[in-house]
Design a protein around this ligand. Structure first.
Ligand code: DGJ
Length: 740
C-alpha cells in the first residue's frame, strides 16, 4: 500500500512506495521545498534527521561558505544566486524577472489505489502560484509528478519563459551512466549510453512533436554497474507529445540534477488572470533490480494507470479537459483489453486503394484470422500520391464510387472490425482545404513555408482549426462504423508562426498545439467509445506517455525489416509495453532494406508486440497463407502472455547477432529467440530463463517435454531450430505444472 506520511513537526513528507521512498521537506524557513531522498525505503524516524541536514538552517558563516553548493530544490525558481537549470522563469509587468516564494500549504489525498500530495507555493509579491503534485500508486515504485502554474490575481498577465514539470535529484555517487533512446526515421528507439561528466547533457525535441531522434525517457545508474538482471538505477519518462527538453547536470561533487518538461526554446506563455497551466507529467522510478526490472515496472504501471486513461488530473480553468472515456483516477478498471490482430494496407497498396483491391485484401486477411482490417492512406480527396489531397477528408468517389459503406460492411461480415488512416494535423498545398484557408498553417508573414513530404502543418492552436478538425473526424466516425483510427503525423513543425497573433503571446503555439491535439482526441474518444486509436508519426515520431493516455497502440517505425526491428523493439520495450507496440509482418524482400527473411522469422519478431500483417497478401503463396494462419492462431493463444506478461530480455541484440525475450504471466511462459547474419555457431546452445518458480516443473506445450524451473534458470533451455542458419527464430511455450 503506497502512503504519504507528513511529519508536521519537522515539516517534511515521506512518500512510501512498494520498495522505494521519496522524501521532501521545508527549507530556508519555509521559502523552499528541498529534496531529501529518492531510493531505498526510509524509516519514518529518519525524516527529521534528513530535514535538519537539508533545511538550509545554517549559521551565517557556514551559509557564506556554502555559497555555490547546489541546493536540491524540488522546484527551482530562477532568481537570486541560482545558476543551475531553473524549473521556472517568470516575468512580471513591473519588470521583475525573478521568483521568490513561500510554501503556502499542502494537501494529501487518496483515491482508490492512488495517493497524491500537493504542495502549494506562492510568490511573496506577485500573484503567481505553483502547485507541485506527487502521485504514488499501491503496488508500484513509480512516482508521477507535475507542476501547475497559476495566475492568482486580476492584474496583467505573467509571462512564463520556462516551466518544467519536475526535478529529480540523484544521490551523490562517484560516476553516472546515462542511457537513452535516439534514432531517426526507420531507425527509432536505438538504445545508447554515455557517461555523465561535470557539465550538462541536454536531450530534446524542438520539432513540435516527440520526435524520432530522441525519446523523452532515460535511466541513470551509478558507476555503470547496473545490468539487465541487477543493480540500482533511476529512470524517468516525460508525458508530452510536443517539443520537450531533459537536462542532466552533474556537479563536481557527484550529484546529478535531472529535470525537464516543455522545451523552453522559442517558448513563452502569457498566463492570464485566473488562468492555470497544468504542465506535463514526469514520472520516475527507482529499482535495485537492473534494467529488466525497470522495464517491467514501467510496463505494469502503464497497463494499470496510463494506457487509454486520458488525463485523470483535476483541472480548473484553462487546463486540458479532464479524463474522457476513462474513469476517475481511483477506478480500478483492470488492464486494457488485448489488442486485436490487425491488417494494414499501406505496404500492399500504398496510395492505390480501391474498393475491389481492399476487398481482396480483406478476404485474404479474414482467412488468416485477422481481427481488424485497416485501410491506410489514399482513400480520400485527390490522394493519388503524397503531393495532393491532405486536408480533404471526404471519400474519393473514383476509388470508392459507392462510398466506404460496402467495404466496411463486407469487412464486418468477414468478422473483422474496420479501421481507417487519417493525418488530421496536415495539409497539402494542393488541396481544397489549403486553397480555402491558406492562413490555417503555421507560417511567418513573407517567409518560406517549408514543406516536408509536400505538406504543411495546420495551426491547431487556432480554435477554428481545432473545431474544424473535431467536426470533420466526428462526422467521419458518425457516418461510418469505423472502429479503429490510425492517426498519423508525417512531418515536424517549421515556421511556427501565427501572423494574426503577432505581438500577442505567439510562442505558446508549441504547447497549445499539443493541448488542442489531446483535447480533440479526448473528445472523439468520449463521443465514440467503441473506436480504438493508434498513434503514428511517420513511424515512431510520437511515442510517449502523454499520447499513450489517449491511444491503444503506437506504430514504432516504418522500418518493417524484421531483423532491424529486433533492435528497434528492444529499445522500445525499455519503457513502453509490448501491448502498445504494433508490429506487422510484411513482404520479403523488405521494401526498404531488400532483405529476405523467412516468414516464420518475420512472424516471431512481430509476435513480440501487438501482431499485425502488412504484406501484399495476393502475392503470398497458399503455403505462406497457411503458415501465416497457423502462426496467427498461435499468437492468439500466447497473446495475453505477450501483451500483459512480465518481459525478461534474455539476450540483447546489442551484444551480438542473437536476441531472446521471455514473457511470464501466471502459469504461462513464452520464449522468443531470433538470430541474425552470423558465422555458424553464434547462437548459444542454451538460453537461461528468468522469473520462473525454481521449485516448479514446466511442460513444453509443443514437444511435451518437462523441465525443472531451477534447471531452466540455472542451465537454460535449448532452443529448437537450426542454430547454424542465418536469420533463424524460435518460439517456445511452457506451462507451469505442480511442484515436485
Ligand atoms: C507514414 C506511416 O508511418 C505509414 O505507416 C503510412 O501510414 C504512411 N505514413 C502513409 O502515408
Amino acid at each position: 500500500m503506497a502512503e504519504i506520511w507528513h511529519d508536521a513537526a519537522a515539516g517534511g513528507w515521506l512518500l512510501e512506495m512498494r520498495s522505494t521512498a521519496y522524501a521532501l521537506g521545508l527549507a530556508d524557513d519555509g521559502a523552499s521545498v528541498r529534496h531529501l531522498h529518492w531510493g531505498a525505503p526510509l524509516a519514518r524516524a529518519a525524516l527529521a534527521e534528513l530535514l535538519a541536514a537539508g533545511a538550509g538552517k545554517m549559521p551565517p558563516r557556514e551559509r557564506r561558505l556554502s555559497l555555490g553548493r547546489e541546493r536540491p530544490d524540488e522546484y527551482v525558481p530562477w532568481g537570486g544566486l541560482r545558476y543551475d537549470e531553473p524549473s521556472l522563469k517568470a516575468e512580471f509587468a513591473d519588470g521583475t524577472r525573478s521568483v521568490e516564494w513561500r510554501v503556502a500549504g499542502h494537501r494529501v489525498s487518496r483515491s482508490g489505489p492512488v495517493c497524491t500530495l500537493d504542495v502549494d507555493l506562492a510568490d511573496t509579491v506577485h500573484p503567481l502560484q505553483v502547485t507541485l503534485s506527487y502521485r504514488v500508486y499501491d503496488g508500484f515504485d513509480v512516482l508521477d509528478r507535475w507542476a501547475t502554474v497559476r495566475h492568482a490575481g486580476d492584474g496583467p498577465p505573467v509571462v512564463l519563459r520556462q516551466a518544467h514539470s519536475a526535478n529529480w535529484w540523484l544521490p551523490v555517487r562517484a560516476s553516472w551512466r546515462l542511457r537513452y533512446l535516439h534514432g531517426g526515421w526507420a531507425a527509432e528507439t536505438q538504445l545508447v549510453h554515455t557517461s555523465l561528466t561535470p557539465g550538462k547533457v541536454v536531450l530534446e525535441s524542438r520539432r513540435g512533436t516527440t520526435s524520432h531522434q530522441l525519446n523523452p525517457w532515460f535511466t541513470l545508474d551509478p558507476e555503470a554497474a547496473a545490468t539487465e538482471e541487477q543493480g540500482e538505477l533511476w529512470s524517468g519518462a516525460l508525458a508530452w507529445s510536443g517539443s520537450w527538453k531533459l537536462v542532466f547536470e552533474t556537479n563536481p561533487g557527484g550529484r546529478v540534477h535531472a529535470c525537464g518538461g516543455v522545451n523552453d526554446f522559442d517558448w513563452a506563455y502569457h498566463l492570464a488572470p485566473g488562468e492555470e497551466l497544468v504542465l506535463p507529467r514526469f514520472a520516475g522510478l527507482h529499482t535495485t533490480g537492473g534494467f529488466g526490472a525497470a522495464s517491467r515496472e514501467w510496463h505494469a504501471w502503464q497497463l494499470a494507470h496510463v494506457l487509454g486513461r486520458g488525463d485523470d488530473r483535476p483541472s480548473r480553468a484553462g487546463a486540458t479537459p479532464a479524463a474522457t472515456r476513462t474513469a476517475a483516477v481511483s477506478a480500478d478498471v483492470g488492464p486494457p483489453p488485448l489488442r486485436p490482430v490487425l491488417y494494414n494496407s499501406w505496404e500492399a497498396t500504398s496510395f492505390q486503394v480501391s474498393e475491389a483491391g481492399q476487398l481482396r485484401l480483406a478476404e485474404l486477411a479474414a482467412g488468416l484470422g485477422i481481427e481488424c482490417f485497416v485501410m491506410d492512406d489514399g482513400w480520400f480527396g485527390r490522394r493519388d500520391h503524397d503531393r495532393a489531397g491532405l486536408g480533404d477528408w471526404s471519400v474519393n468517389r473514383e476509388k470508392f464510387p459507392r462510398g466506404l459503406g460496402p467495404l466496411i460492411g463486407r469487412v464486418n461480415d468477414l468478422g473483422m472490425r474496420f479501421g481507417l488512416w487519417v493525418e488530421p494535423e496536415m495539409v497539402n498545398p494542393d488541396s481544397d482545404l489549403y486553397r480555402a484557408h491558406p492562413d490555417w498553417v503555421y507560417h511567418f508573414a513573407g517567409r518560406t513555408r517549408s514543406q516536408r513530404r509536400n505538406q504543411l502543418v495546420l495551426n491547431l492552436a487556432r480554435p477554428d482549426v481545432a473545431e474544424w478538425m473535431l467536426a470533420t473526424l466526428d462526422r467521419l466516425l458518425t457516418e461510418h462504423p469505423i472502429e479503429f483510427i490510425k492517426w498519423d503525423m508525417n512531418r515536424p513543425f517549421s515556421e511556427p508562426g501565427w501572423p494574426a497573433r503577432a505581438g500577442h503571446d505567439p510562442e505558446r503555439v508549441w504547447t497549445d498545439h499539443v493541448r488542442s491535439l489531446y483535447a480533440v482526441i479526448d473528445q472523439l474518444r468520449a463521443a465514440h467509445p467503441g473506436v480504438d486509436f493508434e498513434s503514428c508519426s511517420g513511424g515512431g515520431g510520437r511515442v510517449d506517455l502523454g499520447i499513450l493516455r489517449r491511444v491503444e497502440q503506437v506504430w514504432p517505425s516504418d522500418n518493417t525489416d524484421a531483423w532491424d526491428r529486433v533492435k528497434i523493439q528492444e529499445g522500445f520495450t525499455q519503457v513502453y509495453p509490448a501491448q502498445v507496440m504494433t508490429a506487422w509482418v510484411t513482404d520479403s524482400p523488405n521494401f526498404l532494406t531488400g532483405r529476405e527473411l523467412p516468414l516464420s522469422f518475420r512472424f516471431h519478431v512481430a509476435m513480440a508486440g501487438a501482431l499485425g500483417v502488412g504484406g501484399d497478401l495476393p502475392r503470398w503463396t497458399d503455403a505462406e497463407l497457411a503458415e501465416a494462419a497457423e502462426l496467427i492462431a498461435v499468437y492468439k493463444d500466447i497473446r495475453p502472455v505477450i501483451q500483459r506478461g512480465r518481459l525478461y530480455r534474455l539476450a540483447s541484440v546489442l551484444d551480438g547477432p542473437f536476441a531472446a525475450s521471455e514473457y511470464v504471466a501466471g502459469d504461462d511462459v513464452v520464449v522468443l529467440g531470433w538470430w541474425g547474419p552470423q558465422p555458424a555457431g553464434v547462437r548459444p546452445d542454451r538460453i537461461r530463463l528468468a522469473g520462473l518458480e525454481a521449485g516448479a516443473r514446466y511442460r513444453d506445450i509443443d514437444s511435451g517435454r518437462q523441465h525443472h524451473g531451477s534447471a531452466l534458470m540455472a542451465e537454460g533451455l535449448a532452443l529448437p531450430g537450426e542454430s547454424a542458419s542465418s536469420f533463424g527464430s524460435a518460439l517456445v511455450r511452457l506451462a507451469r505444472l505442480g511442484r515436485d
